[in-house]
Design a protein around this ligand. Structure first.
Ligand code: NAD
Ligand code: MG
Length: 302
């Protein structure tokens, strides 16, 4: 199946529902892939590798599902071995992603752990590097938001805010710091930002702030690590159909999810993989560092 089929299929999915979103459905965090209707497209049938990451070793946090699963499939088919970070509750999704990596003929290493704690971030990097026999690419992709509560500042729940900031911002810092022990000249870090960094919503005040901070961190780490030959970039997704959505957004937002983008639909995880492969590729992105690539369905990232 041609790669463009992913976008065509996603567009067809939208036309079935005039509001441009998805059928009503709710899950509890962290959410599971199998329970989603429809199950997202991670590029299982479409991604064709061209050895763009041959012999490299990557840790993808949140690699069990959604964007992380799509990146894991693409990286493996491009010739990389992949360590998959995930929450212990996500064993089934993590094993499904690992099977897809192995089907591509590459090694998969499972590194469960709740990244809200610094010590766990350090352990996950250590376990990944040991399991893979080194580390060339760190994809900071694990992320969390909570949009089922009351909107605005007054509605912020301290427990959720703490989880959002620890997962999105602290973990990105601690994982990157731990990875420094392993990364060498030509290696890279790829962070996961969001369109929310540029166009924040009052339903995601804390989350949007962490993503703006990740953009800033991406620029300063590129400056800091450039002299070592390590590149640091980020991808800023727009609305993407992943377990995070039914797990953390109310049905009113699921039914219209992605409809307000210029392209009129949410993206599929498979549509993100190209940006992560490009940024990881030592040849194609050899002079690319300190930048944020938007994959937003038309929303500006500036
Ligand atoms: P997802 O639910 O498939 O993946 C998020 C993953 O984060 C989970 O699978 C889980 O393994 C991991 N995670 C969450 N909290 C964790 C914790 N405390 N410890 C360890 N792992 C934890 O959803 P996704 O949409 O693919 O999310 C991937 C990234 O993309 C996130 O950083 C998210 O903020 C970002 N993003 C998503 C969208 C979207 O619309 N889906 C838009 C912009 C940015
Ligand atoms: Mg998951």
């Amino acid at each position: 199946m041609a790669r463009s089929t992913v976008a065509r299929r996603a567009a067809q999915m939208v036309r079935k529902d005039s509001k441009g979103g998805f059928p009503k459905q709710q899950q509890s965090p962290p959410g599971s892939t199998e329970a989603m209707k429809p199950v997202p497209d991670h590029g299982e049938e479409t991604w064709v590798g061209h050895d763009r990451l041959a012999g490299l070793k990557a840790l993808i946090t949140g690699g069990d599902s959604g964007i992380g699963r799509a990146v894991a499939i693409a990286y493996a088919r491009e010739g990389a071995d992949v360590a998959i970070g995930y929450l212990p509750d996500e064993q089934a999704d993590a094993e499904a992603t690992a099977a897809l990596v192995e089907e591509a003929g590459r090694s998969a290493v499972l590194v469960p752990g709740d990244l809200v704690e610094r010590e766990t971030c350090e352990q996950v990097v250590k376990d990944a590097a040991e399991g893979l026999g080194g580390l060339n690419i760190l994809v900071n992709n694990a992320g969390y938001h909570w949009a089922k509560g009351k909107e605005g500042l007054a509605g912020l729940d301290p427990v959720e805010v703490d989880r959002v900031i620890r997962t999105n911002l602290y973990a990105t810092i601690w994982l990157s710091k731990a990875a420094l022990r392993h990364l060498r000249k030509g290696d890279c870090i790829i962070n996961t930002s969001s369109v929310q960094a540029y166009d924040p919503s009052t339903q995601l005040i804390d989350y949007a702030a962490t993503k703006a901070a990740i953009n800033n961190l991406t620029v300063s780490l590129a400056e800091d690590l450039g002299p070592r030959g390590i590149r640091v970039n980020a991808v800023a997704p727009g609305p993407i159909w992943t377990p995070l959505q039914p797990a953390t957004r109310p049905n009113s937002k699921i039914e219209t999810f992605g409809a307000d983008t210029p392209l009129g639909r949410a993206g599929q995880p498979a549509e993100l993989a190209g940006a992560y492969v490009f940024l990881a590729s030592p040849e194609e992105a050899s002079f690319v560092s300190g930048t944020i690539v938007g994959v937003t369905g038309g929303r500006g990232v500036f």
